[in-house]
Design a protein around this ligand. Sequence first.
Ligand SMILES: [Zn+2]
Length: 71
Amino acid sequence: MPIYEYRCRECGEDFEILVYGSREICCPKCSSKDLKKKLSAFGMSGVEKPFAGSSSAGCTSCSKGSCSSCK
Ligand SMILES: [Zn+2]
């Protein structure tokens, strides 16, 4: 599902919206359709995801996260 960021030119509201097909989009605050599309932030920029099962295990004596000192 693509998420797009828009900024409303009427009221300056920034918002993210899921876009399905060519559905018409309007500002959630003032309902204006005069919007400026920004780059999608979906999974690319922004939050950096840690590798699953690596640092989250919190164990320094094994690499698999399955020894007795793993939580
Ligand atoms: Zn607006």
